[in-house]
Design a protein around this ligand. Structure first.
Ligand SMILES: [Mn+2]
Length: 353
């Protein structure tokens, strides 16, 4: 790792114009990482730009400069590209617009902590033992004696808080506490990060959570599941992003094996989010079956499609009570666990692309 750090440091010194890329559907880690790099490179006198294919959620607007993200660029304008927290090359989604982005024409530093990383960079700094990509960047900066400003410290804390569920998940190691302490010492604002990431939920979002929780089921084999469709979101005048966070809430059910939330988004995709608190469940493997990935305890997938509710029809004899007919004639099978088990068996049958 030290050799890679040295190589990255050389690239930082040589480069004049640097592009920092965050992954699609950006979270606090990929944004915190890119912002930390941005401010650090700026302080080194570089020209720096930020790119992300998707909109930045308002919850991250507290990160200084986060509104500078653009969705288009000419990558040949840059002499270095840094991609943060992208578990695989397709996670930036920019490869669809710029197929040669990772060809090596412009050197790419791939900074990540996902086991699924496919080493798409020129220099691949991938450490699965770092709780967040920002933890890895802290180690990189510290090794290279690059000063960490209060703004950078806050950005790095944002990644740590995001990926450890505010220092509560199983990946919150002694190292995480030590680095968090150092970042606070350097002027990082823990209260601002925690407030914006975990203690700031608009009414609209709480209503989406309400819908998700109302549909919650626990199967006999310990799977906690729920589902939210585009119709639900339209009714609540909410966006698919408003589901973010509720899956961690669902994951609190005692004795559950794992948790899954299926939701539709505005772009015609179905997104699956998996969480578990158990050590013997590998959700990165499960998400991989749907073309997704992530960590063992937190993973997900996105695929083009829609969620379909199966409806079964039944004939009821004359004389049956009205309310009984209501219950029996048309019976929507909205049990998400059944839905999930169907998907697990035959993905094509429940998704249309
Ligand atoms: Mn991360």
């Amino acid at each position: 790792m030290q050799e890679l750090f040295i190589k990255a440091g050389q690239k930082f010194n040589e480069a004049n114009k640097i592009l920092c890329i965050s992954h699609k559907r950006p979270d606090g880690d990929t944004l915190g990482a890119s912002m930390a790099l941005y401010h650090t490179f700026k302080a080194m006198g570089k020209e720096v730009d930020l790119a992300c294919i998707d909109d930045i959620s308002e919850r991250y607007f507290f990160l200084e400069g986060v509104k500078k993200f653009v969705k288009e660029f000419n990558y040949l304008d840059y002499d270095l590209i840094c991609v943060s927290d992208a578990g695989a090359s397709y996670m930036t989604k920019f490869h669809e617009i710029y197929p040669d982005l990772f060809s090596g024409a412009v050197p790419v530093i791939n900074l990540d902590h996902h086991a699924s990383n496919d080493n798409f960079g020129t220099i691949n700094i991938v450490d699965v033992n770092s709780a967040s990509t920002t933890v890895l960047i802290y180690k990189l900066f510290t090794f290279l004696n690059i000063p960490i400003s209060p703004v950078v410290a806050t950005a790095l804390l944002c990644g740590i808080y995001n990926d450890t569920g505010s220092l509560m998940h199983g990946n919150t190691t002694l190292e995480v506490f030590e680095i968090t302490g150092k970042l606070v010492e350097l002027g990082g604002k823990v209260n601002i990060v925690a407030k914006n990431l975990f203690k700031s939920t608009p009414v609209k979002q709480l209503k989406v959570w309400g819908k998700v929780l109302e549909r919650l089921t626990l199967s006999d084999n310990g799977v906690v599941a729920s589902v939210i469709t585009q119709t639900d979101l339209d009714e609540l005048e909410a966006k698919s992003d408003d589901t973010s966070g509720v899956v961690d809430f669902m994951n609190a059910v005692p004795g559950s094996k794992f948790t899954v939330l299926l939701n539709e988004d505005e772009k015609g995709n179905v997104k699956g989010s998996f969480r578990t608190r158990r050590d013997d469940v590998d959700l990165a493997f499960l998400a991989g079956k749907f073309g997704g990935g992530g960590h063992k305890k937190a993973a997900g997938f996105t695929m083009p499609g829609r969620i379909h509710q199966e409806i079964k029809w039944k004939v009821s004899p004359v004389g049956v009570e009205d309310n009984e007919i209501k219950q029996n004639t048309i019976k929507p099978q909205s049990n998400p666990v059944e839905l999930l088990s169907n998907i697990l068996q035959i993905p094509e049958a429940n998704f249309e692309g």
